[in-house]
Design a protein around this ligand. Sequence first.
Ligand SMILES: [Ca+2]
Length: 274
Amino acid sequence: MVRTHTVVTNNNHPIFYRKMNSSIASLKNSVATLAISAAICSTLHAASIAVPNGSFESPSTLPVGVSTSIDSWQKASQPAYFNPATFGFTWDQTAGIFYDTNPYANHDGTQCAYMLSFPQVSLFQDYSTTPAFNATYAVGQSYSLTLGLFGKSLTPNNSLQLSLYYRDAGNNIVTVGSPTTITYNPAIFPTTAPLNLVDYSVTIPAVQAGDAWAGKNIGIMIQVTASDFTGGYWDMDNIRLTSAVPEPGVASLFALGICGFVARRATQRRKSIS
Ligand SMILES: [Ca+2]
């Protein structure tokens, strides 16, 4: 939890057919209805929640290009298994930010974060660590945490986890909902330029009034969960947190029914004019 301000050198581092006009008009109407129904099927009132330093632009890493200090974010304490003498660097150096000189085509700003693939390497923040992050779990809202991610020099034995949490009465971090685990797969992270970060999300269902986390501050966590210690790492950027009001259950089922019905009609009409 202790942050230092050490700067280290960068050594880790669709389509319509042309047929009868009447059929086209009919098809257009079906598509329009389908679009409206699709909107009903999705969530309503989605809103963005600001995450302090969610783009890892602060502090500036120039001129060196790398910093193990990341404003607004916390790191986990060094675990018992980690021996700096064995690995040749300190625990603090296992996570940091860097100036993206061989850039990810879809990065945000100029800097990204990295996490060396060692179990328990984490980046997290909530109101108690970062008062500027004053967002709470509101009853009726669902929440999604998204980031752009890329795994380098890894194998399928490496994984990273995204989760949301709250603090209990004892200030302990308690995970909310089901975390999302990303297991490295070379097909997902092709190394041919230009590289692109891949979006991953974790979503929790609508907060209920009786949930222990209702009204509590939102915490966000990125953590390495498995590693084979082969020296690989994860790069990431553009942390996004959103809230949304999910459709009520019965209305969702009704809307899905409409969507399926309209989709079938649109398909049948396409077949009849093709
Ligand atoms: Ca950035």
